[in-house]
Write a new protein. Structure first.
Length: 529
């Protein structure tokens, strides 16, 4: 290490205080250099840990933050109306995963500023007041040396002063440190700039996943609400059929087994309604947990299950849109740039670094004369032999870059697979909904006819019970298919990277044709006196 120094001639004041000041400046500058290396190492470590967040969504928020939230709302006694738009807005505002992603983005910005500070001038002001007691004899000034100074005194003068003295010194100075050249550090700063962009895309990706999870949870609750409505409708039908079976048994028209069969069917349907009500409440609790609605707050969903066909999209169009809009794709590209710049920084560690440092101030004895002091120092640091460290840093950075390149290639294939799966699922689910709707309509007609035959005394209520079971299965399948179709559309929007801005476009457009399964109940009710 070579030092280029220019230090002024300084007065010697008891104990050479000025020289001590300059020595302190040199020590501070060496510490600053060591701090620079530590900071560079810290930045390498901070930038080196670049992993994509898991996108699973288990119910345990300790395992995955997407099912948790930061509560910001206060509970009220009124029922809270909740639309899909409001649920997604609250999810974006309060979801725990997105909150943590925003904090990670803030941390990345802070790390960039920490590295930038290494290249900015560091200016500090310091003052010092010191009390000294000096023993001149202990420092080698013997009484026998006094005659040697006699010639320096005026005629008739005498030499007489104490060998132990007390003095008070004051010192004030301003310091300046500036890094002039550090190529490796500049590479790290550029890497951290790319890291902040990667953190931004990670936060945007978390935002899209929150929209997907909240949307799916809301749609699941709507599906359970529809299933509950169907179950209650069948229960009303069973109530009417039970009434008719009881009356016919009393009149001696049908045997007791018909009444027992109707009563068992009615109670079984009551169990279905109870289970569906509990399932709906649990879904609302889970949804409230994701969006920050306080526990115990009553919530009413204000929408019905949406249904709309989706315009056909070619694979090439979907692929181009995904590459342009998917946040995880853009984030991984930025992380590759981070790794490339880290590798460049590891290579440039071999280059010299140049710094400038200096100070200016005054030093003196209290009540006496003060003298100006200054120091100006240029430091050129040339690493001569740190070969093991240099090669190790380079190999680590190179391995990390190769790993990210492999992940990037895999992500492109993953996007291709997701798009192909989504396009196939969209076509399949649309057909499934069409067939399920037809099954519900046919099952409803079959139940009406079986009910009419039972009411007319042509047949017992066994065909009615069988028709009810068939209709219940058809309704459950229809609700499941509509939910899966909407879920597939949200997943397709997520695969394109546009779910947070266009989720409504993929869901809206109408509702599934109404399935009126109250007709059998109305027919049965018409026979009731």
């Amino acid at each position: 290490m070579h030092h280029l120094e220019c230090i002024s001639n300084l007065p010697i004041v008891f104990g050479n205080l000025a020289a001590a000041s300059q020595s302190k400046a040199l020590t501070d500058m060496k510490k600053s250099s060591r701090f620079r290396h530590l900071a560079v190492g810290f930045c390498l470590a901070a930038c080196g840990i670049l992993q994509a967040g898991a996108q699973s969504n288990p119910d345990n928020s300790a395992a995955n933050a997407y099912s948790g939230s930061v509560q910001t709302l206060s509970p009220t006694a009124e029922v809270m109306p909740l639309s899909l738009d409001e649920a997604i807005r609250l999810g974006i505002q309060n979801n725990l995963a997105l909150t943590l992603a925003r904090q990670n983005q803030k941390q990345a910005e802070a790390q960039k500023l920490q590295t930038l500070n290494l290249f900015l001038p560091e200016v500090s002001l310091q003052g010092q007041l010191a009390f000294h007691q000096l023993n001149l004899a202990a420092q080698g000034f013997r009484p026998g040396l006094l005659p040697e100074f006699a010639g320096l005194l005026p005629a008739g003068g005498s030499i007489n002063f104490p060998f132990v003295v007390k003095v008070t010194t004051q010192q004030g100075q301003i310091n300046l440190d500036q890094t002039l050249f550090n190529w490796a550090g500049f590479d790290l700063y550029r890497a951290l700039r790319s890291n902040t962009r990667a953190a931004y895309y990670d936060a945007e990706s978390s935002r899209g996943l929150v929209v997907l999870n909240v949307g799916n949870s809301y749609l699941q609750a709507l599906a359970d609400q529809a299933q509950l409505d169907y179950a209650r409708s069948l229960l009303r039908t069973d109530d009417q059929l039970l009434y008719q079976a009881v009356e016919k048994h009393r009149a001696g028209v049908v045997p007791n087994v018909d009444e027992l069969r109707a009563r068992v069917q009615d109670q079984q349907q009551q169990q279905v309604v109870i289970a569906d009500e509990a399932r709906l409440q649990k879904d609302i609790i889970s949804l409230s947990r994701q969006i920050g609605v306080p526990p115990g707050q009553r919530v009413k969903l204000t929408e019905t299950a949406p249904y709309a066909d989706i315009a056909a999209v070619s694979l090439d169009e979907a692929r181009a849109q995904a590459y342009a809009n998917r946040q995880d794709y853009q984030s991984l590209k930025q992380k590759m740039e981070v790794a490339r710049l880290e590798h460049s920084a590891a290579v440039h560690e071999r280059l010299p670094t140049l710094k400038f440092g200096g100070n200016y101030g005054v030093t003196g004895v209290s009540g006496g004369i003060y003298h100006g002091t200054f120091a100006a120092m240029g430091t050129l640091e040339i690493p001569l032999f740190q070969e093991a460290k240099f090669r190790g840093d380079r190999d680590v950075a190179e391995a990390q870059l190769d790993s990210l390149r492999a992940q990037f290639a895999d992500l492109r294939l993953k996007i291709e697979q997701q798009l192909r799966d989504s396009l196939l699922d969209l076509k399949t689910d649309a057909e499934m909904v069409r067939v399920a709707r037809s099954n519900v309509e046919l099952s409803t007609v079959a139940l009406e006819q079986a009910t009419e035959r039972f009411r007319a005394g042509i047949d017992d209520n066994l065909p009615v019970t069988q028709a009810q079971s068939t209709l219940a299965r058809a309704q459950a399948q229809y609700v499941s298919d509509v939910y899966r179709f909407n879920q597939t559309k949200l997943g397709f929007a997520r695969s394109l990277g546009i779910i947070d801005t266009q989720y409504k476009t993929y869901l809206q457009g109408g509702h599934p044709p109404a399935i009126k399964n109250d007709r059998a109940a109305e027919s049965a009710s018409a026979a009731r006196p």
